[in-house]
Design a protein around this ligand. Structure first.
Ligand SMILES: Cc1ncc(COP(=O)(O)O)c(C=O)c1O
Length: 384
C-alpha cells in the first residue's frame, strides 16, 4: 500500500493529489524514492527558504529546547522579536501585529475588525480572488458560494468587482462599505497582477468613503513579488495587511498587520488565538526575515524573474503573467497536461483556476540553473 492509499483509509478525500510521495527534501529538491524532483511550487508558496535550511533548523531546535510553547497569556521576547521584525519588513504605517494560524484566519479577523470598527455590513472584493475557507474569508472568495461555501448566509453582503474595471469601482464602494479586500497579484487565479490605476482608484474610493483597505498578502508577501510585500509595488497605504504561507517557511502561522488607527481602536478580548504567536512560529518568522535580508533574496527574485521572462516562451508557453516568483505561464495546451509532463521530467509546478495557466511559486533561494532546467524541459514538451 502506498501513502496515497494509506491516507485514503482515514483521511477525508478532499484533495486532488499528485502521484509522488516525498520522503526527504533539501534545498529546492524533493526526494521521492529514487527521483530528485525540482520543486518550483514550494508547497503552495510556503517553502520560502526551501527545505532543510540550516538557519531554520537551528532556530527551531534552540526554541524547542528553551520553551516549546506558551500562549499569549504570557509575554515572550521571541514573540516581541517576531513582531519587531515584521513591523520593520512591512510597508510603512503597518506597525501592529496580531498573530494567527492560517491565511483564512488572518483574513477572517481583518474582515471582522472592519465590520466592527465601521459598523457597516458590506464588503467589496475582486472577481477571481481567493481569501480562504472560513465564513468571512470564503464569502469574499470568488466562486466559493457556488462550489464549496456551504454556509446558508455570508456574514455580510459582498460586492464583487471585475478585475481592472475602473468603471465598477465607484458603483461598488460607497459609504455602506466596511472594507475592500484584494490580492494585488491574484495567486490561485494564476499570478494575475491588478493594474496600478485600478488599485489606486480602489484605495481612493476607500479613503473617500471611510471604507478600510485590506490587502491579502498571504501568497504575495515575504519577498515573493520582488519587494518585501506586493503593496510596495503599488502606491497605496492599506489599513490592514494579512500574511501567511511563507511567513515562517513552513511552520503554520499567519499575521494580521494593522495601522495605528485600527490598533488604537482594538482592546483586550477583541481578537484571540491559542496557538497564534507561539514561540516556534515566532522564532521562524524572525529567521525567515533575517535570511531574506542577509542573503539578498529579494534581489535574487528580481533578477531571476527577469531571466524567466526573457526565456520562458518556449514549447507550449504562450505568455507570462505575475510578479517576481509568483508567476503564471499561459500555455497553448491545458495546464494540467503540462504540469503532469513536467512532473514526468522531475519538475514540480502548480496549476491555477485558469485552465491554461501553470503557476510557479518557487522558494526564494532558487537559482538560475534551476530555471534553466525548467526552460529546457518546457522546450521538450509538445506545443500543441
Ligand atoms: C491569497 C490567499 N489568501 C488566503 C489564503 C488562505 O490561506 P490558508 O490556506 O492558510 O488559510 C490563500 C491560500 O491559498 C491565499 O492564496
Amino acid at each position: 500500500m502506498n501513502a496515497r492509499e494509506h491516507e485514503a483509509q482515514h483521511l477525508l478525500k478532499v484533495y486532488g493529489q499528485l502521484p509522488i510521495e516525498p520522503t526527504g527534501a533539501q534545498g529546492v529538491y524533493l526526494t521521492c524514492e529514487s527521483r530528485q524532483i525540482l520543486d518550483l511550487y514550494g508547497g503552495h508558496a510556503v517553502a520560502a527558504l526551501g527545505y532543510g535550511h540550516p538557519d531554520m533548523l537551528m532556530a527551531l531546535n534552540e526554541q524547542a529546547q528553551a520553551v516549546f510553547f506558551q500562549s499569549n497569556a504570557v509575554a515572550m521576547e521571541v514573540r516581541a522579536d517576531a513582531a519587531d521584525a515584521l513591523a520593520d519588513f512591512a510597508p510603512d504605517g503597518l506597525n501592529h501585529v496580531f498573530f494567527a494560524n492560517s491565511g483564512a484566519e488572518a483574513n477572517e479577523n481583518a474582515l471582522r475588525l472592519a465590520c466592527k470598527l465601521t459598523g457597516r455590513s458590506r464588503v467589496a472584493a475582486i472577481k477571481h480572488g481567493f481569501h480562504g475557507r472560513t465564513a468571512a474569508a470564503g464569502a469574499v472568495s470568488w466562486g466559493a458560494r457556488d462550489k464549496w461555501y456551504g454556509f446558508p448566509h455570508t456574514p455580510f453582503e459582498v460586492d464583487f468587482i471585475e478585475r481592472n474595471a475602473l468603471a465598477e469601482v465607484a458603483e461598488n464602494i460607497s459609504n455602506k462599505t466596511a472594507a475592500v479586500i484584494l490580492e494585488l497579484v491574484q495567486g490561485l487565479a494564476g499570478g494575475f497582477a491588478l493594474n496600478s490605476a485600478f488599485v489606486t482608484a480602489i484605495a481612493d474610493a476607500c479613503a473617500d468613503n471611510g471604507a478600510l483597505l485590506i490587502i491579502d498578502e498571504v501568497q504575495t508577501g515575504m519577498g515573493r513579488c520582488g519587494q518585501p510585500f506586493a503593496t510596495d509595488l503599488y502606491n497605496i497605504e492599506p489599513d490592514m495587511l494579512t500574511i501567511a504561507k511563507s511567513i515562517a517557511g513552513g511552520f503554520p502561522c499567519a499575521a494580521l498587520m494593522v495601522n495605528d488607527v485600527i490598533a488604537s481602536a482594538v482592546g483586550p478580548g477583541d481578537l484571540g488565538s491559542t496557538f497564534g504567536g507561539g514561540p516556534l512560529a515566532c522564532t521562524l518568522i524572525r529567521t525567515v526575515i533575517d535570511v531574506i535580508e542577509r542573503d539578498h533574496l529579494i534581489g535574487n527574485v528580481r533578477v531571476l524573474s527577469d531571466y524567466i521572462a526573457a526565456h520562458c516562451q518556449v514549447g507550449p508557453v504562450d505568455s507570462l503573467q505575475g510578479k517576481g516568483f509568483l508567476l503564471g505561464l499561459k500555455c497553448r495546451r491545458p495546464a494540467v497536461e503540462i504540469r503532469n509532463e513536467l512532473l514526468d521530467l522531475n519538475i514540480l509546478v502548480g496549476t491555477s483556476t485558469d485552465p491554461y495557466v501553470i503557476r510557479l511559486l518557487p522558494p526564494l533561494i532558487t537559482e538560475e540553473q534551476h530555471f534553466a532546467r525548467l526552460i529546457e524541459c518546457l522546450a521538450e514538451i509538445p506545443d500543441k
